[in-house]
Design a protein. Sequence first.
Length: 138
Amino acid sequence: MKKTIVAATVALSAAGFLGVWLYEPGPLGSETVAVAAPAPTSSTSDGGASEGAARTIDGSVESNRYGTVQVRLVISAEDKISEVRLLQRPTSGRGVAAIPILQEETLTAQSADIDTVSGATSTSESYVKSLQAALDAR
């Protein structure tokens, strides 16, 4: 009988600890904020009149339990990622701090082959999916 009580206590304590450890509070109301008004999926800075002009490409909208992520890439005339903007991003939790790291990694790698940020795995995975969709659209 004592072994059963001890085993149940240990199991419930471990489950409670895990729940508290994984808990990430969200804001009251919406979990994401639109950073800028969405634009067409692909456009050029001069309306498409000249070859090789910088252009923007929007990635897909990717949601997870911590918020929504949507990437907008600015592609230079040399077909390189010159800027990564966020149309939608988490407004609280670990994902907020992860976004600048992911943007820097993207500019360095010039691809979606980047590492996830420890502690913000869901946000990182959503970011990479949106980024890959934008890269596929270019």
